[in-house]
Write a protein that binds this ligand. Structure first.
Ligand code: SF4
Length: 252
């Protein structure tokens, strides 16, 4: 991992730690969406043949990364046999799948110390990046219902409150992009009209709240690194390198 070329207040790591821990606990214990909770538990009970000897996490998955991060990466939701199995976001969804694709891009960009994300004890550490999902429970067919997205945003809102240096959000996919606008609407932020369109590399500067430190952020869109996209060339490593180069250039 490259050394950070910026100065960030160390206090956030200390002051935010216990509160971020409390937010994580509240996420893990959440049972507000009966459909999703049942599905996650059922997936964990039946299991995939390759993981039949493992105990699935089968609970909501909190975010992961650097509490002093300036960049929040926002995904869609845990994969049924990935994060729903391992308990860490973008972890264990298969060799070369979305977790590995994302981490290898972060590794090339100097934000991650290793280029894979397969197990929770792999030593992966993120620098200046925190990764979370719009929805914390794996949804059937990777399709959360609108009311489930809305409900789960409260967790993201509280998590972001404990990440005081965030100044950029990289939304992986349109659902994450739209979820960020919904979160801002929840906060009563005046949204631009028309709403900026999602696209790979699309970016816009937004107010996050009326007061510092979370008062401004840049939103960058990226196509989701699902196998469907990466196997078909819709998403390539170079496209992700471009996104994180843009992120580096835009950081204050
Ligand atoms: S999706 Fe979010 S709000 Fe719904 S049960 Fe899971 S953690 Fe709770």
């Amino acid at each position: 991992m490259t050394a950070s070329r910026h100065t960030r207040p160390d206090l956030s790591r200390l002051e935010g730690a216990s509160s971020l821990s409390a937010v994580r606990t509240s996420i893990i214990e959440c049972e507000q969406c009966p459909r999703l909770r049942s599905y996650c538990k059922e997936v964990g009970r039946i299991k995939k043949a390759a993981f039949r000897t493992e105990s699935y996490w089968a609970r909501p998955v909190p975010g992961f990364g650097d509490p002093a991060a300036r960049i929040l990466i926002l995904g869609l939701a845990p994969a049924a046999h990935g994060a729903n199995r391992t308990g860490r976001v973008f972890t264990g969804d298969g060799i070369g799948a979305s977790g590995d694709f994302l981490m290898s891009a972060l590794h090339r960009a100097g934000f991650a110390n290793i280029a894979t994300s397969q197990t929770v004890d792999d030593g992966l550490a993120l620098d200046d990046v925190y990764v979370a999902a719009a929805v914390r429970c794996a949804p059937p067919d990777n399709r959360p219902m609108p009311e489930e997205i809305d409900r789960c945003l409260a967790h993201l809102d509280r998590e972001v409150e404990q990440l005081p240096n965030i100044q950029m959000v990289v939304a992986l996919g349109k659902i994450a992009w739209d979820a960020w606008f919904k979160l801002l609407a929840r906060r009563g932020v005046d949204l631009p009209r028309p709403k900026p369109a999602f696209g790979h590399g699309a970016h816009t500067h937004l107010a996050l709240s009326s007061a510092p430190p979370l008062h401004r952020c840049t939103l960058i869109g990226a196509y989701h690194p699902s196998r469907q996209n990466t196997n078909t060339g819709v998403v390539t490593p170079r496209m992700y390198d471009d996104v994180f180069r843009l992120a580096r250039r835009t950081l204050r």
